[in-house]
Design a protein around this ligand. Structure first.
Ligand code: PEP
Ligand code: MG
Length: 552
């Protein structure tokens, strides 16, 4: 068995026989011609047929998938009609007296090269579109109707790269997956694979050897792994993984777009905790109602210097854009304690969990804090952003935060940068101090999010990092639920909403308690979204609420 790793494109698994596809330019020879008029004629006729083919692909894609995928073919039509491209082809035929298909191939190489040398990843991907259009033109010149292989139903196609048209065409012919040595997650071949729900692995960075042809192959688009000639154990494991994945997908389709509502009509939002921007696809796949906690400090870890305002802005903008109108709550950096940032050269603390972490560190380093606030406010015009602050223990801290927010807004205004001035401001309730003054804090902010991980740590005096006392780290301790109830009551009495974003939020045995005390939102790891949503639809709160409240 050979195991290769790349980037998974559509999260499903497929089994098939490997078919290695030869490159388009193989078999095109350079031929000197005397009758250049005839070659020009061949080119013009091919251009008309290619144009007709692209238009019909455009119409088909528009009906099946919508404008953004159809636009790929609109771009192809533009490229086909591009004067520079055409003039280069005509020049090779007329002046170098070469055959039409070779002229197209040479022009294609020249233009792809220009795109490949560009800095922008999106523009580099356009090289593939040039290849696609050229390949279609060459096929038309040679009188081949479409890129049809022999009997390829149930095959997994391996190639260097594929063009979007090839992906659509091969899908029609029953191909079950793609393994590409080049490409990226955002190449058009990947985009079309995703739309057509074809599990694929791209960017393997190595060509499959010809001797693998006709071997059994498994494409795991979830993990981005390809198994060639898989052994029995792998086949069994992958079949099981596929069955679980199918089950998840069925569950998703039954819940997709629906509100999370109990049998007796109680609504609750189910949001996702996000630790890095890469997790956003999983958040979207699981149809999360929003992002309840983006742990922004992860942008500061595993690097050698602070992320700049621009870097952060691009990341926040990317996330909110992907989430559309859904809420994205960005928590300002919670560095310190177990999240160490070496390049800040922070002094060693005897008890870091109780030391300079979270908001305290931001107050110690105002420029870091203001830079982050500026980046978040800049991104606020691109979606539905809220900001929340960690480790709050006092009203004075909230007042201090508001000063920094004002400063960040002033700086942006002075620079003439647009921002949304009324971004909702929330705080994390994760210290007993904030719980007991939550009635007063609620008057100062727009929402609360209860961090049960730290609330447990600080309430039970159990270091969450210390393995010696880990068995006593009991999130189910009665005191925690009593505190959550107190916070919810105080929040609601003051007209603000309250969520729970610690690990307790994804504990299924606690969902009934959260619903009974009126928690408005639960923010869980992406992989818990579906099961939490399913559980909610199965509960009838009115039947159990009194009993639950009595026992809190
Ligand atoms: C928490 O403390 O519950 C929380 C969500 O924050 P973190 O786990 O990042 O400290
Ligand atoms: Mg915390």
């Amino acid at each position: 068995m050979i195991v290769l790793k790349g980037i998974g494109v559509f999260s499903d698994i497929s089994f098939g026989t490997l078919l290695i596809k030869t490159d388009i330019n193989e078999g095109i020879s350079k031929i000197h011609v005397n009758d250049t008029e005839q070659e020009l004629q061949k080119y013009y006729l091919a251009k008309n047929s290619a144009c007709e083919q692209i238009r019909s692909l455009y119409e088909e894609a528009l009906q099946k998938f919508g404008t953004s995928e159809a636009d790929i073919f609109a771009t192809h039509e533009m490229m086909l009609k591009d004067k520079d491209f055409e003039n280069t082809v005509l020049d090779i035929i007329k002046n170098q007296k070469l055959n039409a298909e070779y002229a197209v191939l040479q022009t294609s190489k020249q233009f792809s090269e220009i795109f490949l040398n560009m800095n922008d990843e999106y523009m580099r991907e356009r090289a593939n579109d040039v290849k696609d259009v050229s390949c279609r033109l060459i096929n038309c010149i040679q009188g081949k109707k479409e890129i049809r292989e022999k009997n390829i139903e149930n095959c997994i196609i391996s190639a260097t790269d594929l063009t979007p048209s090839e992906v659509s065409e091969l899908h029609k012919q029953g191909v079950k997956g793609f393994v590409l040595s080049e490409g990226s997650a955002c190449s058009h071949a990947s985009i079309i694979s995703k739309v057509l729900k074809i599990p694929s692995v791209v960017a393997l960075r190595e060509q499959l050897k010809p001797e693998y042809n006709n071997q059994k192959v498994i494409v795991d688009g979830i993990s981005g792994i390809v198994y060639i000639d898989p052994d029995e154990i792998t086949i069994r494991e992958m079949s099981k993984k596929k069955a679980q994945n199918d089950e998840q997908k069925n569950l998703l389709s039954s819940l997709k777009g629906k509100e999370n509502i109990t049998k007796d009509g109680i609504k609750i939002n189910i949001f996702a905790n996000l630790n890095s921007p890469e997790e956003i696809d999983e958040v979207l796949q699981n149809d999360s109602g929003g992002i309840g906690l983006f742990r922004s400090e992860f942008l500061y870890l595993n690097r050698n210097s602070l992320p700049t305002e621009d870097e952060q802005f691009e990341i926040y903008k990317g996330i909110v854009r992907k989430m559309g109108s859904k809420k994205v709550i960005i928590r300002t950096i919670d560095i310190g304690s177990d999240k160490r940032v070496n390049y800040l050269n922070l002094s060693k603390e005897i008890n870091p969990a109780m030391g300079c972490r979270g908001i305290r560190l931001c107050f110690e380093h105002p420029e870091i804090f203001i830079t982050q606030l500026c980046a978040i406010y800049r991104a606020s015009v691109f979606g539905n952003i809220s900001i929340m602050f960690p480790m709050i223990i006092s009203l004075e801290e909230v007042a201090e935060i508001k000063k920094y927010i004002k400063e960040a807004k002033n700086r942006l205004s002075e620079r003439g940068i647009e921002f949304f001035p009324n971004v909702p401001i929330g705080i994390m309730i994760e210290t007993p101090a904030s719980v007991f003054i939550s009635d007063e804090l609620a008057k100062e902010v727009d929402f609360f999010s209860i961090g049960t991980n730290d609330l447990t740590q600080y309430s039970l005096a159990i270091d969450r990092q210390n393995g010696k006392v880990n068995h006593m780290f009991n999130m189910h301790h009665k005191s925690i639920m009593r505190m959550i109830k107190m916070v919810v009551d105080n929040a609601h009495q003051n007209g603000i909403w309250v969520g729970v974003c610690g690990e307790l939020a994804s504990d299924e045995s606690f969902i009934e308690k959260f619903l009974s005390i009126g928690v408005d939102e639960l923010s869980v790891s992406p992989s818990y979204i579906l099961s939490t949503r399913k559980k909610i639809t199965e509960i009838n709160i009115s039947e159990i609420k009194d009993n639950i409240l009595k026992n809190i």
